[in-house]
Design a protein around this ligand. Structure first.
Ligand code: ADP
Length: 316
């Protein structure tokens, strides 16, 4: 039915190599790494081997080229990524705290990422796409909604499918329209990929079982709940539940785990794999990614993930 497409922010990420409280003192930094939740997702999709394409924008600068080079290397169609001649590529600075939480400084709102729109290239891609994946973080850019909505309509009319990772980051600014857009997206989605409290937030009710039931009533057919180092669970509307154990790894950098998980899971499902096998690849992709510094440096090809699965223990 055509490629999987993802719409949203493309950034570089620059990471502090020391742990501590924010950026108010000078820090040794590493990067730029290609990043942006939607870009990480689609890169992992491309690496698995599913047909994948990205909609968004970068500046005409080296930070933009870092992203384009990576996506092209990993088989992602970049023909609908605009290169903005007047705004820089977006960026995010990240520093970890001792308790594992993160401080972010984002430059998205005044970057190229916040100015892409519905171009002929985007229209052409959306007209042949089979699946749209949306990251909630994309809703922080006021320009994204119009593109998401039009792409979703074209895909639905053709019998394609839609997935949503709520991924609403507290550091990003959302306007008043965001809640309504988010609710529309949940209702349009076939597959939901929440983590933690995002499940209840998407459903608007508390309790895991009640939230799952509510989302199925709303039309979602498959929910994959990501549980960090405890693995993941897939709930399907027919009542089935499949749990997958996490792999045992040393976590170096947790950023991007959920995006890699989602990209691998979705690519595998679209390749026709059953839930259990797709969960295995998803958990492998998330776990492998946290073993390397940089938000998508651990994304794996199918062969790399097979190798990881063969050689890595799973939690009991
Ligand atoms: P998100 O980044 O969206 O919050 P998670 O942290 O749940 O998502 O990570 C997604 C998946 O990646 C998990 O379901 C798990 O399979 C894998 N994963 C993440 N962190 C670890 C870890 N420390 N050890 C093993 N697997 C992990």
């Amino acid at each position: 039915l055509g490629p999987t497409i993802c719409v949203g922010e493309i950034l570089v990420e620059i990471v502090a190599t020391t742990v501590g409280d924010g950026f108010r003192q000078a820090q040794p930094l590493v990067g730029p790494y290609p990043s942006g939740a939607p870009a990480i997702f689609i890169d992992q999709c491309g690496r698995i081997g599913g047909s994948a394409a990205m909609i968004g924008a970068v500046g005409d600068d080296d930070f933009g080229r870092v992203n384009l080079d990576r996506l092209i290397r990993d088989g992602v169609d970049v023909s609908a990524i605009a290169v903005d001649a007047t705004l820089p590529t977006g960026s995010a600075f990240v520093r970890y705290r001792a308790d594992g939480s993160r401080d972010f400084v984002y430059n998205i709102a005044t970057s190229a990422a916040a100015r892409f729109g519905w171009t002929p290239a985007v229209a052409g891609l959306a007209a042949r796409a089979g699946h749209l994946h949306v990251m909630g973080s994309a809703l922080s850019m006021p320009n994204a909604w119009g593109v998401i909505e039009q792409a979703a309509q074209l895909i639905k009319v053709r019998g394609g499918s839609i997935s949503l990772d709520p991924n609403l980051r507290k550091e990003l600014r959302y306007d008043e329209a965001t809640e309504a857009q988010f609710a529309r997206l949940v209702a349009m989605s076939d597959l939901l990929l929440p983590s933690g409290e995002e499940l209840e937030r998407a459903a608007g009710v508390t309790g895991e079982a009640a939230a799952v039931a509510r989302l199925f009533e709303m039309g979602v057919t498959e929910i994959v709940l990501k549980r960090g180092d405890e693995g993941a669970t897939c709930f399907q509307r027919d009542g089935s539940r499949i749990d997958a154990a996490a792999f045992v790894v040393d976590e170096v950098d947790p950023t991007g785990a959920g995006d890699c998980f989602g990209g691998a899971y979705l690519a595998c499902r679209r390749l026709g794999m059953p839930v259990e096998q797709a969960l295995g690849y998803g958990c492998a992709a998330g776990a492998r990614n946290v073993t390397r510094r940089g938000p998508m440096e651990g994304a794996g090809t199918r062969a790399e993930l097979d190798d990881f699965i063969r050689t890595t223990k799973r939690r009991a």
